[in-house]
Write a protein that binds this ligand. Structure first.
Ligand code: HEC
Ligand code: HEC
Length: 294
């Protein structure tokens, strides 16, 4: 870049240059367009008026609140009030209705499900997945397999008080750690795992010999009390059905052995106190309908 004297005139346009030159390209000293300048000044005036009228500048522990007294909080409250009037009649009906009354009223049911779906996205999807399909350790709520019962009341109880949560009325009861707590030997655990897998006709990995007779013995002595003699589970204890194709912690041989060795105890938080009773009701009918409720 080379500096030149400033009153040099460009030969092509006849305009003086600023004296700035880049690789032979010289900058013309044209005045700013008037429309541009006026827009610029208008923006400055607008900004000053805005600072005075609305909350603008942060202060040490507060902010300039503006002479109009506008607060974003108030704006939200107006929106919320509008929403309440919009929902109006239905929301009141939902407050008052029992679960059975909701199920019997198609319009109210549709309203409750929509509300339940929204609340599910906000509160439950992080664990159960957006479509409630679950993942390892987090049950799929779309199937009709319920560890803790699938009636409206049972689903509501689960949502309200949680599972192994801090709530006094939570569902309790763990899958014992038969290996860690030395209740069974490793061969007994492996035999039980193979037996349990055989109940749902899972394929035996190549090169593995199973001892299903021994597994059955171990099962009857140690597992049937909770999972039932037929392995079909017990909702009072949250002991899952081991004969279906639905596995919370994986059905491969290693996962089942790990479950029996180290035990399991999935935790679902209680929602009473965090969500209002109407929202819990809406969630109940939503989840119940998802899962082919009983
Ligand atoms: C922090 C994770 C977490 C969140 C959040 C969560 N859950 Fe769960 N939920 C679980 C786990 C884990 C289980 C399985 C517990 C077990 O192993 O018995 C479960 C189980 C359930 C069950 C019982 C399923 C059955 O088979 O009986 C229902 C119903 C349920 N959740 C509904 C909900 C709803 C509705 C919400 C939102 C209000 C929610 N959950 C939020 C983790 C969560
Ligand atoms: C005290 C009751 C109890 C006993 C006894 C018990 N279980 Fe369980 N079992 C449970 C509970 C409760 C769960 C669910 C844990 C959870 O949801 O986190 C479970 C889960 C399981 C699972 C996981 C199922 C899945 O879907 O992933 C397997 C496998 C299992 N048990 C096998 C056994 C075997 C084999 C025995 C005997 C050696 C046994 N259980 C004894 C209560 C019991």
């Amino acid at each position: 870049m080379a500096e030149h004297h400033t009153n040099e005139v460009d030969a092509v346009t006849g305009v003086t240059t600023t004296g700035h030159e880049w690789d032979g390209i010289r900058e013309l000293n044209n005045p700013l367009p008037r429309w541009w300048l006026w827009t610029f000044y208008a923006c400055i005036v607008w900004a000053v008026v805005y600072w005075i009228a609305y909350p603008a500048w942060p202060l040490v522990s507060n902010y300039t609140s503006g002479v109009l007294g506008w607060k974003s909080r108030d704006a939200i409250e107006v929106q919320l009030a509008n929403l309440r009037t919009q929902r109006g009649a239905f929301a009141e009906k939902l407050d008052a209705a029992s679960l059975e009354q909701i199920e019997a009223d198609p319009e109210l049911l549709a309203f409750a499900r929509a509300q339940g779906r929204a609340a599910f996205g906000d509160n439950c999807a992080p664990c159960h997945g957006a479509g409630a399909a679950g993942s390892r350790g987090y049950p799929n709520l779309n199937d009709d397999d319920w560890m803790w019962g699938g009636s409206l009341e049972q689903v509501q109880q689960t949502i309200q008080h949680g599972i192994r949560s801090t709530d006094a009325d939570a569902h309790v009861g763990d899958m014992p750690a038969f290996g860690r707590d030395a209740m069974l030997t490793r061969p007994e655990i492996v035999a039980a795992a193979d037996y349990v897998r055989s109940l749902s006709n899972l394929p035996v990995p190549a090169g593995v010999t199973t001892d299903l007779a021994k597994g059955k013995e171990v099962f009857e002595a140690n597992c049937a009390a909770c999972h039932g003699a037929d392995g079909k589970g017990n909702i009072e204890l949250g002991a899952p059905n081991l004969t279906d194709a639905i596995w919370l912690y994986g059905s491969d041989r290693d996962s089942v052995i790990a479950t029996i060795t180290n035990g399991r105890g999935g935790i679902m938080p209680a929602w009473a106190g965090r969500l209002d009773p109407t929202t819990i009701k809406a969630l109940t009918v939503y989840v119940h309908a998802l899962g082919g409720g009983r």
